[in-house]
Design a protein around this ligand. Structure first.
Ligand code: FAD
Length: 332
């Protein structure tokens, strides 16, 4: 029989926003349950963090371990699974998880972040992990003394190219724009000082070259570089941004920001659907600044909003009346 569990607030995600939300729900003495399919989210795989206050320099994975350690003190249940759907039952929500579990909750906080964008070229999926990567900070050390390219023109792409320049013999940064507009100027300065990083403006990748045994061996370009239409490479890093994971919130009628396609939240992290809250990179709550600190801050605010909602609507009491044992569940 598939298991059914109950909590006041289901917190979807396992990144900075989710852990901060869990910490604050625990301190407001309502029951939160974290449901996330990858520990630590983007912070954990983003490499070194130098802008999280209190930690002049810390590896992102270690920072997330500290987030979890703090939450563990309150015995908040953490389920390693993906949320696959949420149904609004009027006075509560019923969520389904990838491990077959069903969770009934009075409220849901969406803190499920963003999905990396793909180039949608042939072989891209098949060669992911075989020369195609979406995270230079994760995989750069694998390219020591090799040749790589980064595709994109935002901060992640520029940071990735600088990092790869430290390992590779040659790195190419391929950007379709005519100049950098989005990265912090300090990053562009660093890029210009990276002698083995070559920037190809107004250029796109038109084809991934290789075979299924070796994986990627090169890329074809829309505009020739030093007389060549193709670069021979060991790896290509696709850093062209990410899209908020809106499918499940949208199925509940959650309103989106029309310009950014993010979940639209007010300053208290309320969405337009009563009992549904958003936090972190999936929302438009911190404008264009998407960072670990803004995600954590929104997680905390969303927990307060969820606490107020649960207190006002008495869903927790209703669940007790229905015979759900919240204390036993939270101690799992
Ligand atoms: C390469 C890189 C470097 C970065 N460097 C920095 C930096 O130096 N400093 C800084 O402050 N920020 C940095 N950031 C940004 C920072 O990592 C993000 O702003 C932050 O991780 C957002 O946190 P979040 O909790 O909103 O989302 P995420 O960290 O993306 O977490 C989302 C979570 O939801 C889970 N999830 C997804 N779908 C589901 C589902 N259906 N069900 C359940 N769970 C799901 C994911 O597995 C993940 O655990 C960097 C980002 C990248 C990509």
């Amino acid at each position: 029989m598939p298991e059914t569990r109950t909590t006041d607030v289901l917190i979807a995600g396992q990144g900075a926003a989710a852990f901060a939300a869990a910490l604050y729900t625990a301190r407001y003495q309502i029951h939160g349950m974290i449901v996330g399919d990858r520990f630590g989210g983007e912070t954990a795989i983003g490499g070194g963090i130098e802008n999280y206050p209190g930690y002049p320099e810390i590896d992102g994975f270690d920072l997330m371990l500290k987030f979890r350690e703090q939450v563990d003190k309150y015995e908040v249940p953490i389920v390693d699974a993906a949320l696959t759907g949420v149904e609004n039952k009027g006075d509560h929500f019923v969520s389904t998880l990838s491990d077959g579990t069903t969770v009934e909750s009075g409220a849901v906080i969406f803190a499920i972040g963003r999905e990396r964008r793909k180039l949608n070229l042939e072989h891209e999926e098949a060669w992911t992990g075989k020369g195609v990567s979406y995270c230079s900070t994760c995989d750069a050390p694998l390219y020591r003394e090799k040749t790589a390219a980064v595709v994109g023109g935002g901060s992640a792409a520029v940071e990735g190219a600088i990092l790869l320049g430290k390992y590779t013999t040659e790195t190419y940064l391929i950007y379709r724009g005519d100049k950098f507009r989005r990265p912090e100027p300090v990053l562009v300065d660093l890029l210009e000082k990276s002698e083995n990083v070559h920037v190809l403006f107004e250029t796109e990748v038109t084809e991934l070259v290789g075979d299924d045994t070796k994986g990627l061996t090169g890329i074809k370009l829309s505009k020739s570089y030093e007389g060549q239409d193709e670069l021979t490479l060991d790896g290509v890093f696709i850093e062209i941004g990410a899209d908020p994971r809106i499918e499940i919130p949208q199925s509940l009628g959650v309103e989106l920001n029309h310009e950014t396609n993010e979940i639209h939240v007010d300053r208290n992290m309320n969405t337009n659907v009563a009992g549904i809250f958003g936090a972190g990179d999936i929302t438009d709550g911190s404008g264009s600044l998407k960072q670990t600190i803004t995600a954590a801050a929104q997680g905390a605010i969303s927990a307060l909003a969820a606490y107020q909602y649960i207190s006002e609507h008495g869903h927790r009491c209703d669940m007790h009346e229905k015979g759900f044992d919240l204390k036993a569940d939270a101690a799992d």
